[in-house]
Write a protein that binds this ligand. Structure first.
Ligand code: PLP
Length: 290
């Protein structure tokens, strides 16, 4: 089946989809993005992702390319044209195309592109991770396309035979994965994840949903920074993100985590999320993109 892309109001064959050479997304990473899972024909955590997109664009002072109502219609039309029930939808908004100049261009319309690819959900695939220094800028709360630090982190992981890179701040604390939020089950059996204050990590939409689900399941969550040493000694480590959902990390820097198998809390979190995402009316409780 031919894949269709969306480029500034047009649905075009994926192979023929192009943007302007002076698009500011390309020139400066002057752009924000979202990745949203389509699960069994429904968008998972749609409101959370669109709230965060609006917030990212607000922080970058990029106008919304269209009102949310219109964007939701385009997203639906786009999925339908691609005839996919389970997929990951990528959308990117840039400040637009203009002659290369750092300052904001006048009278330029933001650009919107979308791509989609098939995905499957619900399997726990145990992975290895390595730790790398977190060399990113200080506004990690904004989901910009300036991802080269994460590209290097992920490549370093791959070159060491691992799958994910856990990024580490100057104090030896894990910030997050290259494209995921990180969690551990500590010695006191608390589920621990780093707080989102100070803009040191991206406030994951999946992370947020998991937190609400844990409250329901009476799994105790503690939001606090945790060190690499703690992660090595944790009973379980896993990451969360919109498309990979829950990824068990069973080895970090060559050290086995817990018994080296997928843990009970990790499995529980995934099954709760799948049940929640299967409900098309799902609401994000306590969601705030701010
Ligand atoms: N942290 C980073 C750096 C990310 O790039 C992502 C997703 O792309 C996440 C966390 C997870 O966020 P979400 O659950 O909203 O996909």
């Amino acid at each position: 089946m031919p894949r269709i892309a969306y480029v500034n109001g047009r649905y075009v064959p994926h192979a023929a989809a192009v943007v302007h050479i002076e698009d500011r997304g390309l020139q400066f990473a002057d752009s924000a993005y979202e990745v949203i899972a389509v699960m069994n024909g429904h968008f998972a955590d749609e409101a959370g992702h669109l709230d965060r997109l609006e917030r990212s664009l607000g922080e970058l002072k990029i106008a919304l390319p269209m009102p949310r109502r219109a964007l939701r219609l385009v997203m639906r039309e786009f999925v339908q044209r691609n005839r996919l029930k389970n997929a990951s939808l990528y959308m990117q908004v840039t400040r637009g195309a203009a002659p290369r100049d750092f300052k904001f261009p006048a009278n330029v319309k933001p650009a919107l592109v979308m791509t989609i690819r098939p995905a499957s959900f619900g399997k726990l695939v145990a992975r290895k991770a390595v730790t790398v220094p977190d060399i990113r800028w200080k506004r990690r709360d904004i989901k910009t396309t300036a991802l080269v630090a994460q590209v290097l982190a992920k490549q370093a992981a791959i070159e060491k035979g691992a799958y994910e890179a856990l990024m580490v701040d100057d104090g030896g604390f894990i910030t997050e994965g290259s494209s995921t939020n990180a969690w551990i089950v500590d010695k006191s059996n608390n589920l621990v994840t780093r707080p989102t204050q100070n803009n040191m990590i991206l406030k994951g939409v999946t992370r947020n949903a998991m937190q609400a689900l844990c409250k329901k399941e009476k799994i105790k969550i503690v939001e606090r920074p945790f060190t690499v040493q703690e992660a090595y000694q944790a009973a379980e480590v896993f990451t969360t993100a919109a498309v990979s959902l829950v990824t068990p990390i069973v080895e970090i820097d060559g050290r086995k985590i817990g018994d080296g198998k997928v843990g009970a809390v990790t499995s529980k979190i995934l099954s709760s999320y799948l049940a929640y995402a299967a409900d098309p009316e799902q609401k994000q409780e306590n969601w705030s993109a701010r």
